[in-house]
Design a binder for this molecule. Structure first.
Ligand code: MN
Length: 227
């Protein structure tokens, strides 16, 4: 061990469905990956090149509570498929991409929509809207060796029992192997990297005291209380 001048920050890990822990290296999130969500955000749903932003590993939070973030009056839910990589590399072929996946889970990409909107308008980075403390509530990661590689299945979120987003993984514009291949053209992917796969239409605000239930067919549900 090198002689650290401050204590090492903790390694972020997220729980797996079989009681293990998946260590997280990086978090990539795709934007506008469902046509109906692209339309609701005022964009052309035609298949343009995908684009990604990042959250921080320690934004991932399995606790089941989401503290309403500071400096925002408009925080939105986005339910997403979480993809956890066991290996990586550069220039990965689409046909080989699923070999790098360890497993899948349910995630929420909580967003300060007002601050993201200002960033978009002024051509600034999105981190202030996206890479927020505890902004990615997550459920356990299910090993692909047990459940396979989901390419379809209902993806939903309700707030206080009212369904808000209700889509299907088969509506994803960029499929999981394509996202991995594309990202690997620009970044060196590695074990521990996590991708959030984009959200269907129906994003909207939450308030303190709300209860969100997010689910993906085959991956279970997570219940998250906004505090
Ligand atoms: Mn998102």
């Amino acid at each position: 061990m090198p002689d650290l001048v401050i204590p090492a920050p903790p390694q972020t890990t997220i729980p797996t469905a079989d009681g293990g822990h998946f260590p997280v290296r990086r978090v990539y999130c795709i934007g506008r990956n469902f046509a109906d969500h692209a339309i609701e955000m005022g964009h052309d749903p035609d298949r343009e090149d995908p684009f990604f932003f990042q959250k921080n590993p320690d934004n991932l939070d399995p606790s089941g509570t989401f503290p309403y973030p500071s400096r925002s009056e408009d925080v939105h839910h986005e339910v997403e498929l979480l993809i956890a990589l066991k290996s990586g590399g550069t220039d990965i072929a689409v046909d080989d991409a699923l070999d790098h996946v360890w497993g899948y889970g349910v995630a929420l990409d909580m967003t300060r929509r007002d601050l993201q909107g200002i960033a978009k308008k002024s051509g600034r980075p999105w981190e202030i809207g996206k890479a927020v403390e505890r902004s990615a509530p997550i459920g356990p990661v299910h090993a692909a060796s047990r459940i396979g590689h989901p390419s379809e299945g209902r993806i939903t979120v309700s707030v206080n029992g009212q369904t808000k987003q209700d889509g299907d993984l088969n509506q994803m514009i960029w499929k999981v192997p394509e996202m991995i291949a594309y990202l690997s053209n620009y970044f060196e992917l590695a074990a521990g990297d996590v991708i959030l796969g984009g959200t269907p239409a129906g994003v909207g605000p939450v308030e303190r005291g709300d209860t969100m239930v997010a689910g993906i067919e085959g991956l279970g549900e997570i219940t998250v209380r906004v505090t």
